[in-house]
Design a protein around this ligand. Structure first.
Ligand SMILES: C[S@@+](CC[C@H](N)C(=O)[O-])C[C@H]1O[C@@H](n2cnc3c(N)ncnc32)[C@H](O)[C@@H]1O
Length: 237
């Protein structure tokens, strides 16, 4: 039996690696490359700097970081299977030597304090077992003044977009996921509940307060695609 959110994530992502990029894009209705570009644009880093990309998965954000900022990237993920796909993808990319991959949990990253000049995390926070402790752990490995940025799905706040979103996550996602494979059926069933639960436990003002309590200043947020995605970023105090 699965006990924790991070164990649930491990189980959920194990079968998805080889098809993740194609179907993640489809299920976000083509939006997630744009969301990742915005996430990466929040980081004021350059070619001599090193960014930690937590929950790197198949390295989509890591590659966007190299392309947009020409920085070096360390990508961390707890899923061996997702990292395997990241390695395959990196072998085909020109930016390979700029990205190093490490298998580890976001709750305890194997790096010294103040090791990184920036940090990104796409679709991670919902899977953390202890969000306040997780944010503190991410702050720990950033040098003072460095920026962290995280994105995740959100529940659109306005009535009409929320009604459309409800239909999509309750009917569209399970139907499309089920048509792809058993692994994606699980994702299709799981996502709506997971996003709503996170939004109820950590409404945006509470989430921003947790970032500040974890040691970030100038914490800001932007909702994208009518609130279907929320990006939060802040500077390590
Ligand atoms: C939806 S994927 C996102 C991957 C990538 N960031 C992207 O934008 O495509 C979520 C990733 O988070 C990883 N993950 C979830 N919980 C984690 C944890 N506690 N520690 C490390 N990785 C985690 C999963 O293994 C999976 O690869």
């Amino acid at each position: 039996m699965v006990e924790t959110r991070s164990e649930r994530a491990r189980e959920l992502f194990a079968p998805l690696g080889p098809t993740y990029d194609r179907y993640a894009r489809l299920l976000s209705l083509g939006q997630d490359p744009r969301w990742r570009r915005f996430l990466v644009s929040r980081l004021p880093v350059g070619p001599d700097e090193v960014v930690l990309d937590v929950a790197t998965g198949t390295a989509a954000v890591a590659l966007e970081l190299v392309r947009q900022k020409a920085c070096s990237v360390v990508g961390v993920d707890q899923s061996q299977e997702m990292l395997e796909e990241a390695r395959r993808r990196l072998r085909l990319a020109a930016e390979t030597e700029r990205v190093r991959l490490v298998e580890a949990s976001a709750g305890e990253v194997p790096f010294e304090d103040c090791s990184f000049d920036g940090l990104t995390a796409a679709y991670l926070l919902r899977y953390l077992d202890d969000l306040p402790a997780g944010l503190r752990e991410l702050a720990r490995v950033l040098r003072p003044g460095a920026t962290a940025a995280a994105l995740d799905f959100g529940v659109p706040p306005a009535t009409l977009p929320r009604a459309a979103w409800n239909l999509y996550v309750d009917i569209g996602l399970p139907a499309v996921g089920g048509a792809i494979s058993p692994g994606w059926r699980e994702v299709g069933r799981f996502l709506g509940t997971s996003i709503r639960e996170f939004d109820a436990r950590f409404p945006l003002p509470r989430l921003l307060a947790l970032w500040r309590e974890a040691g970030f200043d100038d914490v800001r947020a932007r909702r994208l695609s009518l609130g279907g995605c929320t990006v939060v970023w802040g500077r390590r105090a």
